[in-house]
Design a protein around this ligand. Structure first.
Ligand code: HEM
Length: 159
């Protein structure tokens, strides 16, 4: 149950919790399809450009905007009076770092991966290098959102 904070409009608060959990659930789910698209594209190299462009489409127009709205609904829940436990501060810090990495590193890296693939092909050293970098950054962000979900469910107390 997600009891509304004292004085908060129960319906509005519950709608925020619903949106927060739905959008963050969808965004995490979308993220975990990237490895499937990329593995299948890598196996069938004629499909690799389509696979990478699909990952970029999902990332730019679905996953990242959903994370942003999830963050906004999170802030609104706090402004409505939701108590912030230490786990939530840690989750928010991980969220901020993950969103900065997403927009400042992963998105440009994926764009470069698509361009280098078109210019130099999948077997080129330049493509292999950028593909490895985006896989490492992508895996790191995947781990970050899993840690956020675990923090939200287990609610550990750090201080
Ligand atoms: C990747 C990003 C995020 C994910 C996956 C996520 C996921 C979740 C989940 C699964 C819950 C429900 C936990 C439960 O059942 O008790 C939750 C609750 C909550 N989240 Fe997030 N969250 C994210 C980011 C944020 C951010 C950035 C904030 C604040 C700015 C935030 C604030 C909250 C609050 C206040 C609740 C408690 C709602 C309640 O129980 O009344 N979340 N979040």
């Amino acid at each position: 149950m997600h009891p509304p904070p004292d004085g908060a409009n129960p319906l509005l608060y519950t709608v925020l919790v619903f949106l927060h959990m739905l959008l963050s659930m969808l965004a995490v789910g979308f993220n975990f399809t990237y490895v499937i698209w990329i593995l299948r594209g890598t196996r069938d190299q004629a499909m690799l450009p389509f696979a990478l462009k699909t990952v970029k489409f999902i990332d730019d127009y679905l996953a990242n905007p959903f994370y942003l709205i999830a963050g906004l609904t999170g802030v609104l829940m706090i402004l409505m009076g939701k108590q912030i436990g230490s786990f939530l501060w840690v989750a928010i810090a991980i969220y901020v770092v993950a969103m900065l990495v997403a927009y400042l590193i992963y998105t440009p890296l994926l764009g470069r991966q698509i361009r280098v693939l078109a210019a130099e092909g999948p077997d080129s050293a330049a493509y292999q290098q950028v593909a490895q970098r985006s896989s490492i950054v992508g895996a790191g962000m995947g781990a970050a959102v899993l840690v956020i979900v675990a923090l939200k469910i287990f609610e550990p107390s750090f201080w």
